[in-house]
Design a protein around this ligand. Structure first.
Ligand code: NAD
Length: 366
């Protein structure tokens, strides 16, 4: 969701597609319109070298079409990296529907949207995302089979958050091993920003391992209930950046890490679920590294959700999805090794590996 906030900050008036600063050699961008249902959507297919482009559909009340376009282009590119670094046979894509998810959506709109997806013949596969839910995907399923994130009763994987949280947990343990020599979280002080679907599962996992957990959230009622359930200590929203903790886990929105609050951090590790955690990774990735903080790249360690929906394509098996998410531990350690050897940030190392995988597949296919 924050990706949107970040985009708003840029406030680009650039309505062009090829000239958009976030256009990264996308293979295909499809604009979908249907007067009867009020559907206005953009499907962005970034890269299908490794497989069909899989990525969720976001429904959001964008301030402008330029904002929506920039958002979908950035997100779809991110999906290419996430799939490639996770070793999945998938490419990267994403879609956005213009509108307020609370007031503007109808099953007819999603059925019509499904027809557009169907017309791409499997090049793009959708799933739920911010503003869309399992029930919307059920409506999409009426028009196309190229949809995941379906309920368990329909052979789907249901809520992917527990698998996402497990992957983040494994990435966090890998970072702990790299930083302190042991991957045990027992006794570690961990600050978790945002205790929603993923955050709560992460609180549970790290608490079970004996960590001391600090939490914050804008939803005070929910925060209190999580605090009571897991004996986690509540901290103020802004205060989370000043805590004397070992690990900071951003699990709320993206782009929360900026020059000002990175200076305040006292942790040794950043490992969380939010997408695009740094406002500008080219600047803040280096800033974090220079401060001696080990950063577990977000798109690598939060890939559990993608792994979960990928599993649906082959016949859903949660045990298998969790096994696949467990591999995030080894991959994260490999990334840290490469980053050290090459004198680059872990984020740069992860992107480099993803790009090499795609380039290698292109060579084989050529
Ligand atoms: P969610 O909406 O269930 O939870 C987010 C929580 O953050 C909410 O409780 C919300 O109140 C809180 N929050 C919002 N703004 C905040 C702020 N400024 N400070 C503190 N708390 C704030 O979302 P989720 O599904 O748990 O996803 C969390 C993050 O992980 C998102 O960035 C999402 O894109 C990313 N992610 C989720 C999945 C998944 O499987 N759900 C997969 C990959 C990445």
């Amino acid at each position: 969701m924050i990706e949107v906030k970040d985009v708003k900050k840029k406030k680009s008036n650039d309505n062009s597609v090829f000239g958009n600063s976030s256009f990264a050699e996308h293979e295909q961008v499809m604009f979908c319109y249907d007067k009867a249902t009020g559907l206005k959507a953009i499907i962005a297919i970034h890269d299908t070298t490794l497989g069909p482009a899989l990525g969720g559909t976001r429904m959001w009340a964008y301030q402008s079409e330029a904002d929506a376009l920039t958002d979908v282009l950035r997100l779809s590119r991110g999906m290419t990296y996430k799939a490639a670094i996770s070793g999945l046979g998938l490419g990267g894509g994403k879609a956005v529907i213009f509108g307020d998810a609370k007031t503007d959506k109808t099953p007819e709109m999603f059925r019509r949207y499904g027809q557009f997806i169907e017309s791409l013949n499997g090049k793009y596969i959708t799933a739920e995302d911010v503003g869309t839910s399992t029930s919307d995907m059920v409506a999409v399923r009426d028009s196309t089979k190229y949809v995941t994130g379906l309920p368990e009763t329909m052979g789907g994987g249901g809520d992917p958050s527990p698998v996402t949280a497990y992957g983040v947990f494994m990435g966090m343990k890998a970072a702990t091993k790299e930083c302190w020599g042991s991957d045990s979280l027992a006794g570690k002080k961990i600050a978790i920003q945002g205790v929603g679907h993923v955050g709560e599962n992460l609180v549970r996992l790290v608490s079970e391992e004996g960590a001391k957990v600090f939490i914050t959230d804008i939803n005070q009622e929910h925060l209190l209930s999580i605090s009571q359930k897991y004996a986690a200590e509540i901290v103020p929203l802004e205060g989370i950046y000043d805590l004397n903790v070992d690990i900071y886990a951003p699990c709320a929105l993206g782009a929360t890490l900026n020059t000002a609050n990175i200076k305040r951090l006292k942790c040794k590790v950043i490992a969380g679920a939010a997408n695009n955690q740094m406002a500008d990774e080219s600047i803040h990735g280096k800033l974090v590294s220079d401060k001696g903080i080990l950063y577990a790249p977000d798109f690598l360690i939060n890939a559990g959700g993608l792994i979960n929906v990928y599993s649906e394509l082959k016949g859903y098996d949660r045990t298998e999805a969790l096994e696949q998410a467990k591999k995030i531990y080894d991959t994260t350690l490999e990334i840290f090794k490469m980053a050290k050897e090459e004198g680059i940030t872990p984020g740069e190392a992860a992107r480099k590996i993803a790009e090499l995988r795609i380039a290698a597949a292109r060579t084989v296919g050529a």
